[in-house]
Design a protein around this ligand. Sequence first.
Ligand code: DOR
Ligand code: ZN
Length: 347
Amino acid sequence: MNQSLLIRRPDDWHLHLRDGAMLNAICGYSAHFGRAIIMPNLVPPVVTGEQARSYRSRILAALQKHVTLRPLMTLYLTETTDPADVVQAHRDGVIAAVKLYPAGATTNSASGVRDFNKVRPVFEAMAEAGIPLCVHGEVTDPDIDIFDREAVFIDRVLDPIRRKTPGLRVIMEHITTSDGADYVRSQDNLGATITTHHLVINRNHILVGGIKPHYYCLPVAKRESHRIALRQAATSGDPRFFLGTDSAPHPDHAKESACGCAGCFTAPNTMSILAHVFEEDGALDRLEKFASLNGAAFYGLPANDDTIRLVRRDTPATYPAKVPAGDDEVTVFDPGFPLYWHVEDNA
Ligand code: DOR
Ligand code: ZN
């Protein structure tokens, strides 16, 4: 008999929907999510409440028939962000959070923050108004090895920020290390998103047997012991850990290049992969917490009212290897194992 699991409709607490032709091509692949926190790293970035409002309208127009997905917008923090604009955008229901990118840390982060003291007034206003801060947690110091950048960020940047503004609610986005998971467990007012792909790949997947650009993302996948620590955190049911796919489409020509872009496009098959991972770890009963309950609670929102059904069949679900996007194609993340869990919406 087919095994079946009914869960509240999941949310994606970290998603890149892009803009223009790419937005139109890929937004439908997130349709089985109820809500998604939309990243603001467009070119140019989404830095004001007005720009977030306009970007949200473009997303809603692109979504059309995929109406169940509700985009929750974020502002891209810069050293000139006006605290009053942030507070007003939040009060107006335009934004759900603010995103901190250290300048130069990742895709389109050149306008990010260099001097964290300059944005202290924004942090203070956010703490006061209860606006969460989503953090890309990597230092950009060229002297720090790329595999150590998350752990060093916690000590040098994140912990000092949180000590100076203790009321600030922070989400460490896409944690990739046991250091990240341990820090989150040891603190108050702190949560973390974990991506689907970081539960599946370690750094060997990127580098052994030839370089695999479609497994390259930032923060880069770390050694196996860290992947296991992430699996333990995600499958534990601990309310501080929740799903943020960081699904980040790039055209294949931009990934398969001498200087390839960072990002894994996991939106189409994320729920099938997660069901596989949670089953493998004997934690299917905790998948709903990770994908549908913990994130909403952290953001102070109710869980979605409706449900989706995951059904384990004898034949694998089929997902396209690539999807068309304008004149380009985007490669879908390949977990490297067959996906027997099928997503049935309208449950
Ligand atoms: O892998 C990533 N891709 N990490 C990020 O932080 C940004 C994202 C993107 O926008 O492509
Ligand atoms: Zn991201």
